[in-house]
Design a protein around this ligand. Structure first.
Ligand code: FPP
Length: 233
């Protein structure tokens, strides 16, 4: 959800104001996704690197998360939104963790949209955690090293049970992956928009979906060539 800082700076405000505005965009975009029939929305809300930001900004982000969770669970239940998380959420401050656990439990029966928040998330860290858990299973003999396949890795990631993303939307013109879903993005289509996240709205989502619909996804296979024309002699 990039561009919150720039959005605030353009107005002469502190960065946290941008995050506050960015958290309003979350509900707007989740609603637009449901209207468009999107079933999975994953938002990069806090990375493992974001702890390096000033303490007041980190604390403000945690408070915004808590506020979002306490205010939006009713709306999620009305709309059929199930909340999920990926990341090392056990290292989040206790109040945020407790609210998350409650929101996840209270929305667990919903099926219309799976809204996954990446919190204390890093793609490399996720792969490290998957490798550690596979190694532990190898040690006790429940997996043979030769039996480890791509599907084994996928099923040990935080995203087990979620499909790989079809589309990655990168706001604020950034052209990097920034340690997000490194394994899962292998064949994902990428849409970059210059829009800053707090300004991102339904029309931007529709533009991204139209861009996605125009792509030809081949997953490494050859393009279908037209059958050769046989010219009778
Ligand atoms: C990146 O913008 C954004 C973040 C580090 C935090 C995103 C968090 C929220 C929108 C609010 C909390 C989350 C929820 C789900 C309510 P940046 O500061 O790097 O902006 P810049 O790229 O313009 O510097």
């Amino acid at each position: 959800m990039d561009g919150n800082g720039r959005w605030a700076r353009e107005r002469g405000w502190i960065r946290l104001k941008g995050h506050e505005q960015g958290s309003l965009a979350v509900e707007r975009v989740a609603n637009a996704c449901m209207d468009a029939g999107v079933e999975y929305l994953t938002l990069y809300a806090f990375s493992t690197e974001n702890w390096k930001r000033p303490a007041h900004e980190v604390a403000g982000l945690m408070l915004l998360l808590e506020r979002f969770l306490s205010e939006k669970v009713a709306m999620m239940n009305e709309n059929g939104v199930r909340l999920a998380t990926i990341g090392r959420t056990h290292d989040l401050p206790r109040p945020a963790r407790k609210r998350l656990e409650r929101a996840i439990a209270e929305t667990s029966h919903n099926t219309r949209l799976i809204l996954t928040l990446a919190l204390n998330y890093g793609g490399r860290e996720e792969i490290v955690d998957a490798v550690r858990s596979i190694a532990a299973e190898v040690r006790v003999g429940s997996i043979e090293p030769e039996a480890i396949e791509a599907a084994t890795i996928s099923s040990h990631l935080y995203t087990r049970g979620l499909p790989d993303p079809d589309l990655l939307i990168r706001t604020s013109g950034e052209m990097r992956i920034s340690n997000f879903l490194l394994w899962q993005l292998s064949y994902t289509e990428i849409h970059v928009t210059r829009k800053l996240w707090p300004d991102f709205g339904p029309e931007d989502l529709h533009a991204a979906l139209a861009d996605y619909a125009s792509r030809e996804r081949r997953f490494g296979e050859a393009r279908e060539n037209p059958a050769p024309t046989i010219i009778p002699s």
